[in-house]
Design a protein around this ligand. Structure first.
Ligand code: 13P
Length: 340
């Protein structure tokens, strides 16, 4: 464990006005996204698409790191440069998703537990050699009738803490992502309460297992209304609930908090982040680690055609720029329109 490397990496990940691009969709998730634009989900198409994203001119102005899927970290650009090395060269940190996905939790209908701890320490050493400087593990918490249960929250928190310790031993900064899903009809108030219990349990486990809190990044969801609730909380309410729950539960020692977009619209994801940064008063930088809210417009513009690459990169950079502004509390709907 090299604390110097861990410190440098974690600070760089949350550098002022920058955030992370999550491009770590598994082949299955990637297929769903590609199907929506009628692109065949082959290994080569995934490589071409991701190369398009990573070679967007100016990306490093707003993106500090990219979360990769194992396959991508082993692929190369069309010029034969390893993807991780390419990112490093342009000043973007390569990261790696290491969990093996959320599986149905035995005896707990409707709930998931994330797998992937077996032999993780060995894999982590290889990832470090391949250039990965941070990692991601995503747990899924579902809100419904009688769920989440304590068993689900505790099992996921335990795995996140074990994964974090393994990362840090390999000098890789862990991103812990306990995603509270927005699926359902629940209120923002209920979401806030579930976030509170989840995060409180997570950091208790992290302390128990000796994880160095100075070298962990939290990837949080926001306390939004369930997507099928006809009464949607305002941007202001979501920002206030999310900041309040973070203040209650997340140790000030953490170097930063990043957010997932979770199915929010592109503009809502940006507006929520901006509103939280305008509120201020928190001990951590708050920034983005979006997949859909950064990539949707790029994918829809690209549609698998080389002729659309420049336009797709422009649209993608615009979203990265808007979220970079939101990370500083400087985004406005007017800037959004003017810069488009
Ligand atoms: P979304 O921003 O699309 O939620 O993805 C972020 C992520 O990395 C989920 O694990």
């Amino acid at each position: 464990m090299d604390t110097q490397i861990l410190m440098q990496t974690s600070r760089a990940m949350v550098a002022h006005g920058k955030g992370l691009l999550a491009a770590d969709e598994s082949a299955g998730t990637c297929k769903k996204r590609f199907d929506s634009v009628k692109v065949e989900c082959t290994e080569e198409n995934r490589r071409v698409y991701r190369e398009m994203l990573f070679t967007t001119p100016g990306l490093a102005d707003y993106v500090s790191g990219v979360i990769l899927f194992d396959e991508t970290l082993r692929q190369s650009t069309k010029d034969g440069v390893n993807m991780g090395k390419y990112l490093e060269k342009i000043g973007i940190l390569p990261g790696i998703k290491v969990d093996a996905g959320a599986q149905d939790m035995a005896m707990h209908p409707g709930e998931k537990v994330t797998e992937g701890l077996d032999k993780l320490a060995g894999r982590m050493q290889e990832y470090f050699k391949l250039g990965a400087r941070f990692a991601k593990w995503r747990a899924v918490i579902t809100i419904g009738e009688g769920i989440p249960t304590r068993a689900c929250i505790e099992a996921n928190a335990h795995a996140l803490a074990r994964y974090s310790a393994i990362c840090q031993e390999a000098s890789i900064v862990p991103i812990v992502e306990p995603e509270v899903l927005l699926d359902g009809t629940h209120s923002a108030e209920r979401s806030e309460a579930v976030h509170e219990e989840t995060l409180e349990t997570l950091f208790h486990e992290m302390q128990q297992q000796g994880v160095s809190l100075e070298h962990v990044i939290l990837k949080a969801s926001m306390a939004v209304s369930g997507k099928d609730n006809p009464k949607q909380a305002s941007v202001k309410e979501v920002a206030e609930r999310t900041v309040r729950v973070l203040k209650r539960t997340v140790p000030a020692a953490l170097p930063g908090v990043v957010f997932l977009s979770g199915g929010q619209t592109d503009e809502n994801a940006t507006a929520h982040l901006d509103a939280m940064n305008r509120m201020g008063g928190v001990p951590w930088p708050l920034t983005f680690s979006y997949s859909r809210a950064l990539q949707a417009v790029a994918l829809n513009t690209w549609r698998g055609s080389a002729g659309n690459v420049a336009a797709a990169q422009k649209a993608f950079l615009h979203r990265a720029h808007m979220n970079g502004l939101a990370a500083k509390g400087q985004w406005t709907p007017e800037v959004e329109k003017k810069a488009a």
